[in-house]
Design a protein around this ligand. Structure first.
Ligand code: PBE
Length: 266
């Protein structure tokens, strides 16, 4: 059947991303939930996963990756999520903004902007698409900001201007987070703050905001994906709520593959 064929053709490998990512824990759990003992989740990076996907897609070869939405890959390639009848990858979630304690007192304008930051899937996908087409993340952020002054005005409404205070934004190099962090960073800069960026792994991202070495992150996928990190630190930082709703995680394959469900991998 298809499943045996797909397994043989892919060496029973599912192309994963950074080991600490929430989606990797979900993918491991899927192996148990669906009894996929033969299969392996390959650890790597988001960039390496995309490179593998591009290569396989170009040659119309079978490939299975850990994927998430929003993501530009769904507009660049014809892809589908494998059905997940057991719900291992969870329901739609939101991405939250989280700041360190004391930021409101130290940089009230930055706090207010971060608190008011909220956008839609189509917005973040536009930024991701510009980056994918070769723009630097900073340029892509500036382009989106110039074209969406209505949204930016709503985020900055009533926010006191900064006076060169430093704001450090911490993030992981996932495509979604590269886009969002650069956009909010530019908006903070345009409002008088001196913004620095720290790119780290997911655990240190949460720890950094909790221990105050970073000021803010816009990259917490909740309530499920980052639940363990969130629970570890939740008393030590301030959750400003969703900046984007309607995310999704799962196993993703090209449309040309003839499987439809994670169950088909067994
Ligand atoms: N992601 C993108 C992350 C959250 C943002 C889905 C790769 C994760 O799995 O932790």
């Amino acid at each position: 059947g298809n499943a045996a064929g797909v397994g043989a053709q892919t060496n029973y490998k599912i192309i994963g991303i950074e080991p600490g990512a929430g989606i990797m824990a979900r993918a491991d759990k899927a192996m148990d939930d669906y009894g996929l003992d033969q299969w392996k989740i390959v650890e790597g990076s988001s960039a390496a996963m995309i490179a593998e996907l591009k290569k396989a897609y170009k040659n119309q070869r079978p490939i299975i990756v850990t994927g998430w939405s929003p993501h530009w890959m769904f507009s660049s390639f014809d892809l589908k999520y494998l059905d997940d009848p057991k719900g291992t990858f969870g329901k739609a979630e939101a991405i939250h903004t989280i700041v360190r304690k004391g930021l409101e007192q130290d940089a009230p304008g930055a706090y207010k902007i971060l608190d008011q930051f909220a956008w839609e899937t189509s917005d973040i996908e536009a930024v991701m698409a510009s980056i994918e087409q070769g723009m630097s993340p900073g340029e892509a952020a500036e382009k989106w900001i110039a074209e969406h002054q209505d949204k930016v005005t709503a985020w900055t409404k009533g926010a006191q201007k900064g006076n060169g205070e430093k704001v450090n934004l911490v993030y992981v190099a996932w495509d979604t987070e590269i886009a969002s962090t650069n956009v909010i960073g530019k908006v903070l800069e345009q409002n008088g703050y001196k913004v620095t960026f720290s790119q780290v792994e997911v655990g240190p991202m949460f720890a950094g905001v909790a221990n105050g070495s970073s000021d803010a992150m816009v990259a917490a996928w909740l309530p499920g994906t980052h639940l363990e990190y969130y629970n570890t630190y939740k008393d030590k930082f301030i959750d400003l709520g969703p900046n984007l709703e309607g995310t999704k995680l799962g196993l993703v394959v090209p449309e040309y593959m003839e499987i439809e469900s994670i169950e088909d991998l067994k």
